[in-house]
Design a protein around this ligand. Sequence first.
Ligand code: TLP
Length: 342
Amino acid sequence: MIDLRSDTVTCPTPLMREAMARAEVGDDVLSEDPTVNALEERCAGIMGMEAALFVCSGTMGNQAALFAHTQRGDEVILEQNAHVGLYEAGAFAVLSGLTLHKLAGRPWGVLDPNEVRDAIAPDDVHRARSTVVCLENTHNVSSGTVITPEQTRAVAEVAHAHGLKLHIDGARIFNAATHLGVEPRALTEHADSVQFCFSKGLAAPVGSMLCGTRDFIGRARRARKLMGGGMRQAGVLAAACHVSLDVVVLRLHEDHANARLIAEELARHAGVSLDLNAIQTNIIRFSLAPEVMEGRRLAALMKERGILVDARGGQRFRLVTHNDVSASDAAAVAQAFAEILG
Ligand code: TLP
């Protein structure tokens, strides 16, 4: 099967499995796992931050960050389709007692600094305190679009001028950096914290990294424990993440080229709505006019050809390329769409 439902479906590579088998381990709750400690230090360096914390998922990274940045009753300003607000089971409310102030991206998940400024609550007893702004890079719901260093800096300046922190949900920040041809730290230098995922385009089985100041990471470490995320011999997982950084990051441009190939084929067909300008990384979103075909039927016909697509959105689809989709797989996907829609 060619599985395009998400880049979360990637399986660990043979090199990862070897590294996992060989990993030196210790009790990570006691900060005694050498492989985790080395990974945390390495990632802090890559993101240009003081310290880092290995967590079990992107959700835990984001939520530990919010927990550590805020007090109960505070408000977070973020884009209306951000993963933190829509797809983390309401954890911001349950775990940290937060409310959200959602803004429209303009376009593609980028926050307008003036709208952020207007959204920050004045010092007024009637209002929740605004304490964090959150950006998502790449922006999942907008097709994996990229937020530039300049756009990030503009939002950070407004946030910092009003005493707010900037957190980046960088689940796919290496895809953003690859698209722009910059080091990841160029995308995070104005932020106070970033979390990124090893278990998406970077193909590791488990794990995300939260980076920030030493003080912030100390508070996030306590939050991780509170959330049940204190792991023990986690070096077996961290070993696979080292391979992500050694090897897998270097091939993300292939995922982007494969996504473009598929998107260009789709865009040729009447009844397919797809903005090719938004296909910047490894995510394709498109919708299919119902008069062409029911969404479920398209998914079934693809499945008959050995291709899995996410059909939960009715006539709306998301396809994601990743380490387990080769260039010839991408060509086969494009060919399948050509036959079915042609
Ligand atoms: N995204 C998953 C699903 O939850 C939708 C996917 O298949 O894309 N931030 C962003 C931008 C994400 O896309 C995701 C996962 C997360 C955070 C959460 O990561 P996990 O799944 O590790 O908790």
